[in-house]
Design a protein around this ligand. Structure first.
Ligand SMILES: [Zn+2]
Length: 310
């Protein structure tokens, strides 16, 4: 390294060559200068703004800040605990409700006489599907969240089961309505049975294709099941007749009425008044001649009259 020095006063120059350790020394001095300036500046800053760090008063304020924060953390922790307790209570309530729902479901299943295997309210629903590739290391939710997830799934399943059950029960009720049972009169007594009997007009043994209920003139004649009116007018021998088709191959006839309350095509409910008692047609006094047809053949109505409505 060659160093040239210029004198201001004499304008003369002097040059000399540095070598070895002298050169290293000069390099250190030149590089050390900015570092030294940096250190000095840092110390100056410390004396100014940073000075608080080192006096007792500031330390006290700091401790206050810390205890303040500790209090806030404690408060937050307490609030979190209270919220957790509230949620735990809520979950317990949901579990209790689910137990009641299960009990209701089991009772309904037993009332509806459904296969016990079809609706099992004590077991989780059967689920399946092909295994899918795991999406890496999934986030592990806390146990508590698992419980809520399980509860939600259980409740959704029970809702679905109860909905299906309701549909089934509604269908069963409809079937009950078309189920033939009971008497065609609310007041009256059976005056003649089904089968062989002495004909009241000829005095000869004849076949009686229905049963007779005697009662007061004009008393209510009621349908023994829901159905559609297929006849509502006079008919030879029957007088004023109502015939109702109940579906499933069943139909009923109500004869000798004084007045008809329905017309062909009417949909009637079980127990609905369809006519008033009379003595029209081949009749000796106020009564209803009641016939039950099963697939077009007159059968003994007694079996249907005496069976209990489901
Ligand atoms: Zn009769």
């Amino acid at each position: 390294m060659k160093v040239i020095l210029v004198s201001q006063r004499h304008g003369s120059t002097r040059s000399f060559t540095l070598g070895g350790w002298t050169r290293a020394l000069v390099s250190v001095c030149l590089l050390g200068l900015p570092a030294g300036v940096g250190v000095m500046a840092g110390l100056e800053w410390a004396k100014g703004e940073g000075a608080d760090l080192f006096n007792a008063e500031a330390a006290g304020a700091w401790r206050d800040d810390l205890s303040d924060q500790r209090e806030k953390i404690e408060l937050t922790r307490q609030q979190a605990e209270q919220q957790l307790a509230a949620i735990t209570l809520r979950v317990a309530e949901l579990q209790a409700r689910l137990v009641r729902l299960d009990a209701l479901g089991e009772r309904l299943t037993s009332i509806a006489k459904l296969d016990s295997g079809e609706f099992d309210f004590s077991q989780p629903p059967a689920l399946g599907g092909p295994e899918s590739a795991a999406l890496g290391d999934a986030y592990q939710a806390p146990e508590f969240v698992d419980v809520i997830d399980q509860l939600t799934a259980q409740i959704a399943n029970r809702e679905q089961q109860l909905e299906i059950l309701e549909t089934l029960l509604a269908k069963r009720k409809l079937e009950n309505d078309v189920f033939l049972a009971g008497r065609p009169v609310s007041k009256g007594w059976m005056s003649s049975r089904f089968g062989r009997r002495t004909d009241p007009f000829t005095g000869r043994v004849a076949w009686h294709s229905g049963v007779d209920f005697a009662g007061k003139m004009g008393s209510d004649i009621i349908s023994v099941a829901a159905g559609v009116v297929t006849w509502a007018s006079q008919r030879q021998g029957y007088g004023y007749l109502v015939e109702i088709n109940h579906g499933n191959g069943f139909s009923t006839r109500y004869a000798h009425n004084s007045e008809l309350k329905v017309k062909v095509g009417d949909i009637v409910k079980k127990g609905q008044v369809i006519a008033l008692m009379g003595t029209s047609g081949r009749s000796t006094g106020p009564h209803v001649h009641f016939e039950v047809y099963k697939h077009g053949r007159a059968v003994d109505p007694a079996a249907y009259i005496h069976r209990a409505a489901r």
